[in-house]
Design a protein around this ligand. Structure first.
Ligand code: G3P
Ligand code: MG
Length: 239
């Protein structure tokens, strides 16, 4: 699996509203080659880009994402809470986000982010949409059930297992979910674990890294990529 070194977190990092098309455009303008975003199901089963199960933190809406249709969600404002200059930016569908990534030439890591109890349905729907899109796509999830459902729906798509600290049984867990890469928290990473994952031949990517010196330290340990809220720190250099 080929990874860009710097992956803009939640579309465009901290300089644009998270999980929005504006974030994708910003990432491309900064020179990013890769982006990560979160996909969750609306009430009608359509995947949309959002991180939280509830709407309040990032949008003009209230309540649960899973209680609203995709038609309702795309009407919400997902920009103003970040900054008034982004007012009118909507909650995008996964389909729209993947289309824009393909247009912009962005490698995309779609994190399958199920609402409670929606693991299988979310893995299935996200994989179906990703399989229908063009472009370079990697699916990931903290949910092994969601990854399994994605594998059943679109076995040809590459998958990564998301973890916080690397668990002792990381290899078994990757095998069980058919993952070809591991995405782990940088904060909880130990050099020996990084080395073991790399020695087994699996790419290891780390979130969320917002300083260049931290990223360099991780690259020196064999980490292939970092998810960052600050892709601007690398502007003008190879990402
Ligand atoms: O996929 C890496 C990272 O996005 C996982 O954490 O909470 O930002 O989705 P979170
Ligand atoms: Mg994420």
């Amino acid at each position: 699996m080929i990874y860009p070194r710097i992956i803009a977190h939640r579309c465009g990092g901290a300089l644009a509203p998270e999980n929005t098309l504006a974030g994708l455009r910003l990432a491309a303008r900064l020179g990013c080659r890769g982006v990560e975003f979160d996909a969750m199901l609306a009430a009608d089963g359509v995947p949309v880009l959002i991180h939280d199960e509830t709407l309040e933190r990032t949008t003009s809406g209230r309540g649960d994402v899973a209680a609203m249709s995709s038609a309702q969600l795309v009407q919400l404002d997902a920009g103003r809470r970040h900054h008034p200059s982004f007012a009118g930016e909507s909650v995008p569908t996964l389909e729209a986000a993947l289309r824009l990534c393909a247009e912009l030439g962005l490698w995309a890591n779609v994190e399958i982010k199920p609402s409670a109890g929606q693991d299988l349905a979310t893995g299935d729907a996200v994989a179906r949409h990703a399989a229908a899109a063009s472009g370079r796509i990697v699916l990931s999830s903290f949910s092994p059930e969601a990854l399994g459902a994605a594998a059943a729906e679109a076995p040809q798509l590459r998958r990564a297992l998301l973890v916080e600290a690397i668990p002792a049984d990381w290899r078994e867990r990757m095998l069980a979910s058919g993952a070809l890469a591991l995405h782990a928290s940088a904060r909880a990473l130990h050099a020996e674990e990084a080395q073991a994952v790399r020695a087994a031949g699996f790419p290891l990517a780390c979130y969320t890294v917002n300083r260049r010196d931290d990223a360099e330290r991780l690259f020196a340990q064999g980490v292939v990529a970092v998810f960052s809220d600050r892709p601007d720190l690398w502007q003008g250099s190879e990402m």
